[in-house]
Design a protein around this ligand. Structure first.
Ligand code: FES
Length: 617
């Protein structure tokens, strides 16, 4: 009785869907129940302000302290609230603005470094099996005759293959297609089905989960799909997710289920678009940072949260995909690339494969810029790796008007006598994403609006600035879009706080590169090549990445942007056992360097906060 009285309906516009919740729960909880995606990159902590909604009518709690500090009085008066904090007191109608929606992000390309002949771990072979024959005195078992027809010494067969065999022989009139994983017989299908042989490479990022569907017979990539990692609602970064799980098995399972749910959505989308069945997906490979890897497998990541940051497992794992709840062929096999250390995971191993660092002679560096940044340095094929706590600023978190790289995000900025912005899908600007932030800081530094220290220049020193730019100067900020031009109705600002956040991230990355090179007796000037990996890296302007000191100053021809190299590594391992073995072997030889507490790193970090850090040294 009490429960019924306490339940109220929250209606979400413009979707026009409603969800029932208990009085006292948050709008965000109601949205999740109703299937409305609202972004919550700070993990519902009331810190990021990205979960804004507008209350049109109904009973709602008084503004909490988080709302009073993140929302302007005018915004509160207009009904704007933080969905993660504001609690529902009665039936409510709220509008979810586009800028708060958790939408599919811009997809990162995962191009292979060279053409790879398909040689997958799973194989399909069609074969005609002669029946037992009384006249010929052939009383051998069906399974024995199958192996003989294949001309292979009888090996290990899965139980599922044995149970499927009689039905398949009958339905196929003696012709069956067998599926092997390595030398093990996985299953038997009636008739000739060997053309239907697909695999998916999964890249489980902290922020984005991506899948690449590959035809394992031809090697052709048939589609890509990605979704925000739904674990983001319980923490934007690795540390906050480890804190969230707190050695609580139920929470580990909850995060595992949410990411597996996203994987299943991706598989369904990929299969639907390619007009195949998910049951024709026989093999998957997986990469992710060590924490994402552990949560994907339901392994408690608690030990990654404190020194010495030892992972539970680094060895490559193989498991039947359905054991994890993945919707694919019932016998589909999933193989995860190995981790290297607590903060250098299977995603970095993917980058190692795609960048081919282990087979290059000379001095090379690869940096994977995601929510964390991993740095690999290779000298004549000997590879060392480290991780730097970059943080999610380039994913839009902790940035005043930051957002992920999705429709409406400012992803490019250029300045002449006036400011020009570019947005994803050319929509009215809703916020700014990582590549846009780098461009904005780079351009504003170039025209003197930002000093080398990262501080905004005093306005009275900017009298030579063209009038159109002067008009955008604000106290402690710069307007990238005016209220009239923005898609939110509010100005989109780059603030002093945002520049500081970017300086922290870029300094961590740059110092990581410098420290690692120094340990090998080198400077950035000695590098024969620098590879930037990460979906975000594909969209940044090289000059500005160097100009703000994100990466070392070097000739542009030595700088290579790989896109999603972690995903490319997973694709390589999926396409070919030879590539898989090569990647595993080189990963086993990578040396790990811990930068936490390293005095050289701390020294470089302070120095590298400058935007005009002298990168060539
Ligand atoms: S402020 Fe609500 S999720 Fe961050």
């Amino acid at each position: 009785m009490t429960n019924t009285i306490n339940k109220v309906l929250v209606t979400f516009l413009p979707d026009e869907v409603a969800g029932e919740i208990n009085v006292g729960e948050t709008i965000l909880t109601a949205a999740r129940r109703a299937g409305v995606a609202i972004d919550a990159p700070c993990g519902r902590r009331g810190r990021c302000g990205k979960c804004r909604v507008r209350v049109l009518s109904g009973e709602i709690s008084a503004p909490a302290s988080e709302e009073l500090s993140l929302l302007q009085p005018g915004e509160l008066a207009a009904g704007e609230r933080l969905a993660c904090v504001a609690t529902v007191l009665g039936a409510l109608t709220v509008v979810v603005p586009e800028s708060s929606r958790n939408m599919t992000r811009r997809k990162g390309t995962a191009a292979l470094p060279y053409p790879i002949t398909p040689e997958p771990w799973t194989r399909k072979i069609c074969v005609a099996v002669p029946p037992a024959d009384l006249a010929q005195r052939d009383f051998r078992a069906d399974l024995t005759r199958l192996w003989t027809a294949l001309n292979i010494t009888e090996g290990e067969s899965e139980y599922a293959a044995v149970t499927a065999l009689p039905g398949a022989l009958l339905a196929g009139d003696g012709t069956v297609t067998v599926v092997f994983a390595g030398e093990r017989l996985l299953t038997v299908e009636a008739g000739e089905t060997s053309a239907a042989h697909y695999g998916v490479a999964l890249d489980i990022g902290t922020t984005t989960v991506a899948g690449y569907l590959v035809n394992l017979r031809t090697g052709a990539e048939m589609g890509t799909a990605s979704l925000p990692n739904p674990q983001g609602i319980d923490g934007a970064d690795v540390i906050s997710r480890i804190e969230y799980t707190q050695r609580n098995g139920e929470r580990v399972r909850k995060l595992q289920n949410s990411v597996i749910g996203a994987v299943n959505t991706i598989l369904g989308t990929l299969a639907g678009e390619a007009e195949i069945s998910v049951a024709e997906i026989y093999e998957l490979t997986m990469v992710g940072n060590t924490c994402m890897h552990h949560l994907f497998f339901g392994i408690d990541p608690a030990t990654l949260g404190h020194a010495p940051y030892a992972p539970v497992v680094t060895a490559p794992l193989t498991i039947r995909a359905t054991t994890l709840g993945i919707h694919a062929h019932p016998q589909a096999q999933l193989r995860a690339l190995p981790n290297i250390a607590g903060f250098v995971g299977a995603d970095t191993v993917g980058v190692l494969g795609a960048s081919q660092l282990a087979t290059r002679s000379g001095l090379y560096c690869a940096v994977d810029i995601g929510t964390n940044a991993e740095v690999l340095i290779a000298k004549n094929g000997r590879v060392v790796a480290c991780s730097t706590a970059a943080g999610p600023a380039f994913e839009g978190a902790k940035i005043t008007h930051g957002m992920r790289a999705q429709a409406g995000a400012i992803d490019g900025v250029s300045i002449t006598d006036e400011l020009t912005i570019h947005t994803i899908d050319e929509r009215a600007p809703l916020g700014i994403c990582g590549s846009g932030i780098i461009d904005a800081i780079g351009e504003l530094r170039r025209v003197g609006v930002i000093e080398s220290s990262g501080r905004f220049t005093d306005h009275d020193e900017l009298t030579d600035l063209p009038a159109a730019l002067q008009a955008r100067l604000r106290e402690g900020g710069f307007a990238l879009a005016t209220a009239a031009k923005s898609g939110t109705g509010n100005e989109i600002l780059l603030t002093q706080h945002d520049i500081r956040e970017v300086q922290l991230v870029k300094s961590a990355i740059y110092s990581g590169i410098l420290t690692m090179l120094e340990k090998l007796g080198h400077t950035p000037a000695d590098l024969d090549g620098l590879y930037i990996a990460g979906a975000f890296g594909a969209y940044i302007t090289r000059e500005h990445a160097i100009g703000i000191g994100l990466i070392p100053n070097m000739p542009l021809e030595k700088l290579h942007f790989l896109g999603n190299a972690a995903g490319a590594g997973a694709k390589m391992a999926l396409l070919s056992t030879h590539e898989y073995d090569k990647i595993i072997t080189s990963a086993a030889e990578v040396g790990y360097v811990e930068l936490a507490g390293d005095p050289a790193f701390s020294e470089h970090f302070m120095y590298s906060m400058e935007l005009d850090v002298d990168c060539g040294e």
